[in-house]
Design a binder for this molecule. Structure first.
Ligand SMILES: Nc1ncnc2c1ncn2[C@@H]1O[C@H](COP(=O)(O)OP(=O)(O)OP(=O)(O)O)[C@@H](O)[C@H]1O
Ligand SMILES: [Mg+2]
Length: 277
């Protein structure tokens, strides 16, 4: 059971990567949960065609006695479970963000991997979950950054977010998104990140119009258009993450997996498909 917090600047592709990586892992047979930690502008559930969930993170934050599992939805096409946010304005007022950690703590043991989407910039809404996560991914949008100032942008943005992860003892990685640069420029950015900033690059996702198209259909792009160039790159990034996150565990062998399977069976993980919409 691992948890990954996704961070990055506004519009970099945090929510897109959360939904697609969640779908990637569930399609590979892992039990995967995606959590909308963008408490003021939640959009994660839209990527799974869920637009007005009756129960959600906000009802959980306001009703501590409610069971977290009752606000979890299942996407039958990818197998991903989703803990959505509320789309109603009055639900997002007057929240205790710190309780998000209790919510994630209650549910995460049912899953092999929990991926938490964060709000823009310094992730105040999800900071409480840094205490129980093991990994942080920083999504960096290359498209909007003039190449001559990319090093300054990285220093300003990636180093701040990375030091936050470092402070909580998380393993930090970067995904470059919306990439339209030449491969030599991308190589230069990767070198700078890996050697000067000391953070591994675990994905390079090209700019691809099929990504917003998929969201319009309420699907992760890897499900909507599996052969699109962004989908293939997300798959490659998923493979790297799989090795990063589960490689060590796999080495530990069969016993721990049998234990996980048994524990999940006893708990009864299954969530009925798109309930209560
Ligand atoms: N690889 C890509 N190619 C083209 N468009 C993309 C790509 N990744 C994301 N987008 C588009 O960029 C926009 C922002 O993406 P997304 O909502 O995932 O970013 P975000 O970081 O979660 O934004 P916010 O800070 O508002 O929460 C969306 O319209 C999305 O479809
Ligand atoms: Mg977002």
């Amino acid at each position: 059971m691992v948890s990954v917090v996704i961070t990055g600047r506004g519009g970099a592709g945090k929510t897109t990567m959360t939904s697609n990586l969640g779908a990637y892992f569930s399609k590979k047979g892992y039990r995967s949960l995606v959590v909308d930690g963008d408490l003021y502008l939640p959009k994660l559930a839209f990527h799974f065609g869920i637009y007005a969930p009756q129960y959600n993170i906000h009802t959980l934050l306001k009703n501590p006695e409610m069971r977290v599992i009752d606000a979890v939805y299942h996407d039958p096409r990818t197998g991903t479970d989703i803990l959505p946010g509320s789309s109603k304005l009055y639900d997002v007022i007057d929240l205790d963000q710190k309780r998000l950690r209790d919510i994630v703590r209650e549910i995460q043991s049912r899953y092999n991997i929990t991926i938490i989407d964060s709000p823009v910039g310094i992730p105040f809404d999800t900071i409480s979950t840094f205490r129980l996560a093991q990994y942080q991914l920083i999504i960096v949008e290359i498209e909007r950054c003039p190449i001559y100032s990319v090093h300054r942008m990285i220093e300003n943005e990636v180093i701040k977010l990375k030091s936050l992860g470092d402070a909580y003892g998380l393993k930090v990685g970067v995904v470059l998104n919306k990439v339209r640069e030449s491969s030599s420029n991308v190589d230069d950015i990767i070198d700078f990140l890996e050697y000067s900033v000391d953070v591994p690059v675990v994905g390079v996702i090209p700019f691809d119009h099929r990504v917003p198209e998929a969201t319009n259909y309420g699907r992760p792009v890897i499900d909507h258009a599996p052969h699109a160039k962004a989908s293939k790159a997300i798959g490659e990034s998923g493979e790297i993450l799989d090795e990063w996150v589960f490689g060590e565990k796999r080495k530990k062998g069969l016993f721990s997996r049998l234990y996980d399977a048994l524990a999940s069976l006893l708990r009864g993980t299954n969530v009925s498909s798109l309930k209560k919409l």
